[in-house]
Design a protein around this ligand. Structure first.
Ligand SMILES: Nc1ncnc2c1ncn2[C@@H]1O[C@H](COP(=O)(O)OP(=O)(O)OP(=O)(O)O)[C@@H](O)[C@H]1O
Length: 299
């Protein structure tokens, strides 16, 4: 790849993940769906980025391809400097395990393990030492690994470490899933509708956690969401429409995100000739490629 594959943007920030010229086509012939239609986007390290857009715009596809859960039809996806398309299945599995964390709408906790064991499960599977025995067995306060210890405090689960998932509320279970996603200090945590199964208060807690992990623990989060309130927790929102990036917004508020989404309904992200704007208007740092509108369209 060319210099653009460097894990540093021209602004000097580190790149946690990015896709370049990303195209994803499902199916073939008359039934083919172009879910991603040439996307360039960089997710900077130490930032919380939300991906938004109408239903079917390609949000989940983008996340899955960027995270190595699915492959692109053409273009390239990177975690740091590693191009995912160059990895065989085994190395891709290892990369997902060691360098990427995931939080999904469903919590995916192991019911027979304690909270502490669930949090450290990926590290235990990877054979990475935590300086103590299995979670919940080595002391009342969890782990002697300072990182896990700090994480347990951030997610507020210290008094629940010996409980099993069934003994927790949905919000608490998702907090365990968040802690598990960050446990191995991954380059980036991808979250797909992480509050979709939660009431608004529990959802707010989980979103606050994601924000704290980024701002207090220098982590990186990329979150797909339908919810403008959720997106407002991010540092930045990128907007998709019809498989293309059409806009981005720094320091979002729920009202501004909602207004921007309403503009999709009015078709204001499309050019008068019916094609999307192909100017590169993503700012001076080169993070966004063609097909990206200007933030100036927003009120
Ligand atoms: N496995 C698949 N096979 C065929 N088409 C697919 C597949 N997955 C997604 N698509 C199509 O690709 C397009 C993008 O889907 P995607 O799920 O990425 O959108 P989304 O923005 O995440 O949608 P939503 O907000 O409804 O979850 C849609 O037209 C969808 O129907």
């Amino acid at each position: 790849m060319n210099a653009a594959s460097s894990a540093t943007t021209t602004r000097g920030t580190r790149t946690a993940a990015r896709v370049a010229g990303a195209v994803k086509v499902y199916g073939a012939g008359d039934t083919a769906v172009r879910a991603l239609d040439g996307i360039d986007v960089t997710f900077p390290a130490g930032r919380f980025t939300a991906i938004m857009g109408p239903s079917g715009s390609g949000k989940s596809t983008l996340m899955h391809c960027a995270a190595g859960l699915d492959t692109l039809t053409s273009g390239a996806a990177f975690i740091g400097d590693t191009e995912l398309g160059t990895l065989d299945d085994r190395r891709l599995t290892l990369l997902r395990r060691d360098r990427v964390g995931f939080v999904f709408q469903v919590f995916n906790l192991v019911p027979t393990l304690t909270v502490a064991e669930n949090i450290t499960l990926p590290m235990d599977l990877a054979g990475r030492g935590r300086g103590r025995g299995r979670g919940g067995e080595g002391g009342s306060d969890g782990s002697s690994d300072p990182w896990i210890d700090a994480l347990v405090d951030v997610v507020g689960l210290r008094d629940r470490l010996r409980h099993r998932p069934a003994e927790l509320s949905g919000g608490q279970q998702q907090r365990v899933a968040v802690a598990r996603a960050f446990a191995g200090r991954p380059d980036v945590v991808f979250a797909d509708e992480p509050t979709g199964n939660l009431d608004s208060r529990s959802g707010e807690e989980v979103l606050n956690l994601l924000g704290r992990a980024v701002r207090q623990m220098d982590r990186t989060v990329v979150m797909v969401t339908h919810d403008p309130v959720a997106a407002a927790h991010a540092d930045e929102v990128v907007f998709l429409a019809d498989g293309r990036l059409v806009d981005h917004m720094e320091s979002p508020t729920a009202d501004r995100v909602l207004d921007r989404l309403k503009a999709f309904d009015n078709g204001s992200d499309a050019r008068s000739d019916g094609r999307r704007d192909s100017r590169s208007a993503g700012g001076s740092d080169g993070r966004f490629g063609s097909g990206f509108g200007s933030e100036g369209v927003m009120p």
